[in-house]
Design a protein around this ligand. Structure first.
Ligand code: ADP
Length: 182
């Protein structure tokens, strides 16, 4: 079954199955491309659900580099903010892991700077960008756990997995990481 949540200080990390566009967290993270344009996968779904005003705002931001993050409004989404971050295109280099870690770290920093109390992440880079899911799960969970050990905000960090198999990989990874903390 794996582990579905972990309390870290006063914050909660949780793993759920669902659609990132339906999350009621204060912010949702977009697995964006460098132009911050609507496309396929998460980015397409977020832009469709948020409406054309999101793309209008994104066009004024000058794009986004791999591993960096930018924040916009959420428009027609339940979330008040969208944090856009560009994951690495997987090519099996050490830089991939560093860039993926930067995505989570820079998104969390930007959220904390904007006083965001709750944020939901998709599995960045694991779709079109080809990052192996188990490796991405371990990097993303470790990065969030470390951030929450060192910061009091956000109070809630949610990982939203689209499929049941992906959910299982994340929950098994969290169980392993939680075991190491004991
Ligand atoms: P990337 O280009 O960073 O790989 P993708 O959008 O292609 O981003 O996919 C990232 C992950 O998000 C994949 O695991 C994919 O299955 C998942 N995904 C796709 N659509 C949604 C959605 N609406 N909500 C949550 N996760 C989604």
């Amino acid at each position: 079954m794996g582990q579905t949540s972990l309390k870290i200080g006063s914050s909660l990390l949780e793993i759920v199955q669902g659609d990132i566009t339906k999350q009621d967290t204060e912010a949702v993270v977009n697995a964006a491309n460098k132009r911050l344009a609507p496309g396929g996968g998460v980015a397409g779904a977020i832009h469709r659900a948020a409406g054309p005003e999101l793309w209008a705002e994104c066009q004024n931001l000058g794009g986004c580099e791999t591993g960096e993050a930018k924040i916009t409004g959420g428009y027609n989404l339940p979330a008040r903010y969208v944090v856009h971050t560009v994951g690495p295109v997987f090519n099996n280099t050490l830089q991939n892991a560093k860039d993926l870690e930067s995505c989570y770290l820079n998104s969390l920093r930007l959220a904390a700077e904007n006083n965001v109390q709750s944020i939901a992440f998709p599995a960045i880079s694991t779709g079109i960008f080809g990052y192996p899911l188990a490796e991405a799960a371990e990097i993303s969970l470790r990065t969030v756990v470390k951030f929450l050990q060192e910061n009091t905000k956000p109070e809630r960090v949610r990982f939203v997995l689209f499929g049941a198999d992906d959910l299982q990989v994340y929950r098994d990874s969290l169980q392993k990481i939680a075991g190491e903390l004991k």
